[in-house]
Design a protein around this ligand. Structure first.
Ligand code: MG
Length: 375
C-alpha cells in the first residue's frame, strides 16, 4: 500500500438560525474538509472527511487546526494507524477516520455503512443494498401554540418521531406543551423530550411523574440531569422501572461527551445513548459505542452535530450501520434532519431527509461528490 497523502481546506457555513450549545450560542459552523489519497496511484479513489469542532463537545477550533496541520501536506503517513495515532481531538480524528473509511469504501465499491460494518454489500435480496434510515424532526422550544403548529407541520411532512426541547420553562409549562402536542398529533407519533441537563433530581422526578400522570407516552426523556450525574440517572431509571404501568425511558447525550460510553453503560444510567460521531472521534468509534451499548441492552440513536454535508451524510451511514447492529434501533429514528439548520452547504446532498426518511443509495463511500473538496 502506497503512503497516504492528506490535504485539508477550511470552510465556514452560516446557520439558518442561532444554535444554542453547551458553551453558548453560535451562528456559524467552521471546520475543515479532509482529503486522503494514496500517493503514486493516479486512478486511486479519493476519500473525503469533515472535521467540524463544536464548543463543549469536541476540542477547540484552534486545537483541531493544529492537529490537522501536523497531519497534512508533505508529511506522508505509511498506514491508517500511522495517520490516526496521537490524534486525540474527536473532531480532527473524525475528519481523518472518515476520509480513510470513505477512501476504502470507494476503493471497494461499497457504501460507507457497509465499509464501517466491515461486511459485504449488505444486499439481502429485497433492497439490493439500499438502506432507509428514519429521522426525527426537532420541534425545539416554543410556547404551546407554536410548538403544536411546528409538530403538526413536521407530521404533515412525513415525520413520525418528534423531539421537543424541554427544561427552559417550568416543568408544568413543559408538560402543558407536551400534552398539547400529544393531543394534536395523536398516538401514532413518537415523542421525545430533551432536557439538556436542565433539571436537578426533585425537578426531574416531578417531570417524570407528570409524564406518567398525563399518559404522554414519551419514547424517552433525554439528559434530564447533569452530564456527570450517572448515579442520579441510574436512580431515575430504577424509579421508572418500578412505576406501575411502566415508566419512561432515560436517554443520555451530554454524558457521553463528559464521560466515556463504557462508564455510562457500566453505571446502568441509560436506556438509550445518543451517539454523535463528531464528538466520539469518528464513524468507527460511534459504531463501536453502539455495539457496546447493544451488548448491555441499551439502544443507540445517532445524531449529527449540525455539520456540513460530508459529516451529516456520514452520520446517516453510521445510523444505517447501527440499525444493522441493533434492529431495535431501526424501529426508532435518528437525529439526522439537520440540513435545514444551515443557511448554505458545501455541495449537493446525496441523502436528503424526505418524509421523515433518508434513503442511502448504493453509491460508493458517503456518496458525496469528492469535488466538494475543491472550493
Ligand atoms: Mg440532546
Amino acid at each position: 500500500m502506497a503512503p497516504y497523502r492528506v490535504d485539508r481546506r477550511p470552510f465556514a457555513v452560516d446557520l439558518a438560525r442561532p444554535l444554542s450549545t453547551a458553551a453558548g450560542t453560535i451562528d456559524r459552523r467552521e471546520g475543515w474538509l479532509v482529503r486522503v489519497r494514496t500517493t503514486g496511484a493516479e486512478d486511486d479513489p479519493t476519500g473525503v472527511g469533515e472535521a467540524t469542532p463544536l464548543p463543549g463537545w469536541t476540542e477547540s477550533t484552534a486545537t483541531c487546526r493544529e492537529t490537522l496541520r501536523a497531519r497534512a501536506g508533505d508529511a506522508l503517513a505509511e498506514s491508517r494507524r500511522d495517520l490516526l495515532t496521537g490524534v486525540d481531538g474527536p473532531a480532527a480524528r473524525h475528519g481523518l477516520a472518515l476520509a480513510l473509511a470513505d477512501l476504502a469504501a470507494r476503493r471497494d465499491g461499497r457504501p460507507l455503512w457497509a465499509q464501517i460494518l466491515d461486511c459485504d454489500d449488505g444486499g439481502d435480496g429485497d433492497d439490493r443494498g439500499e438502506r432507509t434510515v428514519r429521522a426525527n424532526a426537532t420541534v425545539g422550544d416554543a410556547p404551546p401554540g407554536a410548538t403544536v403548529d411546528r409538530a403538526r407541520e413536521a407530521v404533515e411532512r412525513g415525520f413520525d418521531c418528534l423531539k421537543l426541547k424541554v427544561g427552559a420553562r417550568s416543568v408544568e409549562a413543559d408538560l402543558e406543551r407536551l400534552a398539547a402536542v400529544r393531543d394534536a398529533v395523536g398516538d401514532g407519533v413518537r415523542l421525545r423530550a430533551d432536557a439538556n441537563a436542565a433539571w436537578d433530581c426533585p425537578v426531574a422526578e416531578r417531570a417524570f411523574d407528570g409524564v406518567a400522570e398525563r399518559a404522554l407516552d414519551l419514547e424517552y426523556v433525554e439528559q434530564p440531569l447533569d452530564a456527570t450525574a450517572l448515579a442520579g440517572h441510574a436512580a431515575l431509571r430504577e424509579r421508572e422501572r418500578r412505576r406501575a404501568g411502566g415508566g419512561t425511558d432515560v436517554a443520555l447525550d451530554e454524558s457521553l461527551a463528559e464521560v466515556a460510553v463504557d462508564r455510562v453503560l457500566a453505571a446502568d444510567a441509560a436506556d438509550a445513548v445518543v451517539l454523535k460521531p463528531m464528538a466520539l472521534g469518528g464513524p468507527d468509534r460511534a459504531l463501536a459505542a453502539a455495539r457496546a451499548a447493544h451488548e448491555t441492552g441499551v439502544r443507540a440513536v445517532v445524531t449529527t452535530t449540525v455539520d456540513a454535508v460530508v459529516a451529516r451524510t456520514a452520520a446517516t451511514h453510521v445510523a444505517a450501520a447501527v440499525d444493522a447492529v441493533d434492529p431495535r434501533s431501526g424501529a426508532s429514528a435518528h437525529g439526522l434532519a439537520t440540513a435545514d439548520a444551515l443557511a448554505a452547504d458545501l455541495g449537493p446532498d446525496p441523502a436528503p431527509v424526505e418524509t421523515g426518511r433518508v434513503r442511502l443509495a448504493t453509491a460508493s463511500g458517503t456518496g458525496v461528490d469528492p469535488e466538494v473538496f475543491e472550493e
